[in-house]
Design a binder for this molecule. Structure first.
Ligand SMILES: Nc1ncnc2c1ncn2[C@@H]1O[C@H](COP(=O)(O)OP(=O)(O)OP(=O)(O)O)[C@@H](O)[C@H]1O
Ligand SMILES: [Mg+2]
Length: 243
């Protein structure tokens, strides 16, 4: 098998005394878009923190193209569950922020970010404030900012959940096309099964209730094949105990 773009091997995750998840092994192939579903509080965001190197797992490894990056931040791009744009900066400056944080000069950072505005459907919004954009546009700006973190692997924590149903479907399809066009590999958290099936080529199910003493594990994985959405939906519902 080709070396995955991102791989978690046997991660154990905890917050102090709270054991959250154990035996977590997931991978994303190069160019692949994979989803993770699971009920609220099961540990999806906690897993992303470990994959992004923001927290060191209690045990296990995170590999990026085979390289051990366990506990190393900045190697994968990460869009937080609440990815708020800075309200007092223009959309252009918000998008350019990761470049500036990396030490790129302001003019160069702005020029580079500006070049991607048409690709992200944001042309003409450069000098607006976040409050002047629609929810979908704000999400696209946040996605552009994440993209400009400049890694080929992106982690997105419920990127579309705050949007209305129509915008949400439009934006996620646009995003799937973008992942392909820009040559990215992506892991996306959602608790919407239909969204997972629409986006991912595979869907992992994380299940457990850490606060009730039931540690979370990956309880299954469903491949999404053309015309196989109904079967995959049944599989996922069963894995989540909703069937
Ligand atoms: N910073 C923290 N300190 C202590 N416990 C935390 C912290 N963040 C999360 N937890 C706990 O870890 C468990 C998993 O939380 P997490 O945020 O990963 O869930 P989630 O699956 O992302 O949920 P949601 O779908 O609601 O976003 C929860 O029991 C939560 O209370
Ligand atoms: Mg979360």
């Amino acid at each position: 098998m080709a070396v995955p773009a991102l791989e978690a091997q046997n991660l154990t995750l905890a917050w102090g005394e709270l054991a959250v998840a154990d035996g977590i092994s997931v991978h994303v192939g190069a160019g692949e878009l994979v989803c993770i579903v699971g009920r609220s509080g099961c540990g999806k965001t906690t897993l992303f923190h470990a994959l992004a190197g923001l927290e060191k797992p209690a045990s296990g490894k995170v590999l990026l193209h085979g390289e051990d990056i366990t506990g190393v931040p900045g190697r994968v791009s990460y869009m937080l569950q609440k990815d708020l744009l800075l309200p007092s900066r223009s959309i252009l400056d918000n998008a350019a922020l990761p470049l500036i944080l990396r030490g790129v000069g302001r003019d160069e950072a702005r020029a580079k970010a500006r070049g991607f505005f048409p690709t992200f459907g944001l042309e003409g919004t450069e000098d607006l404030w976040p409050a002047q954009l629609s929810g979908g546009m704000r999400q696209r700006a946040a996605l552009l900012r994440t993209y400009l973190m400049d890694n080929d692997v992106v982690l997105l924590d419920e990127p579309f959940s705050a949007l209305d149903a129509i915008t949400r479907v439009e934006l996620r399809r646009w995003f799937a096309g973008m992942v392909h066009e820009l040559g990215l590999s992506a892991l996306v958290i959602t608790h919407d099964i239909d969204e997972a099936l629409d986006l991912g080529s595979r869907v992992y199910v994380l299940d457990g209730m850490p606060r009730q003493g039931r540690i979370s594990r990956i309880v299954g994985e469903t491949a999404v094949v053309p015309d196989g959405a109904d079967r995959a939906r049944r599989e996922l519902a069963e894995l989540l105990g909703m069937a």
